[in-house]
Design a protein around this ligand. Structure first.
Ligand SMILES: Nc1ncnc2c1ncn2[C@@H]1O[C@H](COP(=O)(O)OP(=O)(O)OP(=O)(O)O)[C@@H](O)[C@H]1O
Ligand SMILES: [Mg+2]
Length: 355
């Protein structure tokens, strides 16, 4: 079987219900797709509700052999074959990495397609195909998230954006990009006429967008997020970033006094991340010529996995108040469903475009 066929065989197999419900396969209509450093999430309208499916944006390689190939297929493990290895992709990669006591590899690093991993493109395309079935009719809409250009480097998101667009177009879709911060605004600020600041704090980045009546005024990213916290804390306390990530996701509460050196270090690097984020907002607002003078205070919405620990919202609000900005804020609030906000916002835009 050729490499291409094996991808197809693996990705056409029905996957475990929670990863790719069977209904997703033949169900047409616009799709919202969040292609993040840690997770890829798809959102689709289904009657009055939104159907979410997701995979980890990760892979793990094992030596190729007939018996392994058959066993993986039999167990609904998604993989493709390349250069004598099987590339196990998505959620299953994490299970393999944990079993072998090592780390998964990632096709996206700090928010952008990795230049380090030769296989990045094949991996990301294969994962996308497990979440986005072929369109029912040619040209159906998919709206996919892209980061804002990183503020502190000369890196552009153009390469990342173009590759993703081509991937989706080659599948038969009409593909529209949405800035990740703007997707947060689309998902959470409809009642405020899409006016306010949307922030997505993810694994590799924090994305910020300020929009006035649905028109983005500025958007950008900083290439720091949950991975930065895990790596820095791990190095400070002599633990692996993977272990720090597990502790952070399970136990971190920034409203409580740290109980040990890991929690102390987590609170230090969270504070550092939030300060950096607020300073970047201050810098952009004070140097931008196009920030509108608004008569009413605006809302800030925080989303993404890194915004989830208790106390992040409160700390962000405190720092925002301490930094005098030429804008007035009415509230800092959490998105309803932080891990799925970007995909939901992308879906809202796809639905609006289709109309
Ligand atoms: N409950 C939690 N508490 C703290 N951190 C969490 C929690 N759940 C997830 N995270 C962290 O959130 C990050 C993943 O969030 P998310 O899925 O929003 O990122 P992403 O969209 O894949 O990445 P990016 O937008 O940066 O490209 C990881 O760093 C993960 O450790
Ligand atoms: Mg994200």
């Amino acid at each position: 079987m050729s490499d291409k066929n094996e991808v197809a065989a693996a990705s056409q197999k029905p996957v475990v219900q929670s990863e790719r419900p069977k209904e997703a396969e033949g169900f047409g209509g616009p799709i919202g797709l969040d292609i993040g450093t840690t997770n890829i999430v798809s959102a689709r309208a289904r009657g009055a509700s939104i159907q979410i499916t997701k995979q980890l944006n990760a892979f793990f390689t094992v030596p190729a052999s007939k018996i392994t190939g058959m066993t993986l297929l039999k167990n609904d493990v998604l993989y493709f074959s390349q250069n004598g290895s099987y590339y196990i992709i998505g959620n299953a990669a994490d299970t393999f990495a944990n079993t072998f006591n090592t780390d998964t590899r990632r096709p996206v690093e700090s928010g952008l397609l990795s230049a380090r991993e030769d296989e990045a493109l094949n991996v990301i395309q294969s994962i996308i195909k497990t979440l986005v079935p072929p369109p029912k009719s040619q040209g159906e809409l998919v709206c996919y998230s892209i980061p804002g250009d990183p503020i502190d480097t000369k890196i552009s998101v153009l390469h990342h954006d173009t590759i993703l667009k081509r991937t989706l177009q080659d599948m038969g879709y009409t593909a529209i990009a949405i800035n990740e911060g703007f997707a947060v605004i689309m998902s959470e600020l409809a009642e405020e006429s899409y006016t306010g600041i949307g922030i997505s704090m993810g694994g590799g980045m924090c994305n910020v967008c300020f929009s006035y009546l649905s028109v983005p005024v500025f958007s950008y990213s900083i290439q720091r997020g949950g991975d930065y916290v895990d790596t820095m804390v791990g190095a400070a306390v002599g633990e692996s970033a993977t272990r720090i990530k597990l502790i952070k996701e399970k136990e971190l509460n920034l409203l409580k006094e740290p109980r040990n050196k890991i929690e102390t270090s987590l609170s230090i690097y969270y504070e550092d991340l939030l300060e950096n984020l607020i300073l970047s907002i201050q810098r952009v607002i004070t140097t931008s010529e196009s920030v509108p003078r608004l008569s009413k205070p605006i809302s800030v919405v925080l989303s993404g996995g890194t915004a989830m620990p208790a106390g992040v919202r409160e700390k962000f609000e405190k720092l925002l108040k301490a930094n005098r900005l030429p804008l007035q804020f009415s509230s800092v609030r959490m998105a309803e469903d932080p891990l799925n906000t970007t995909a939901k916002g992308a879906l809202q835009l796809a639905i609006a475009e289709e109309k």
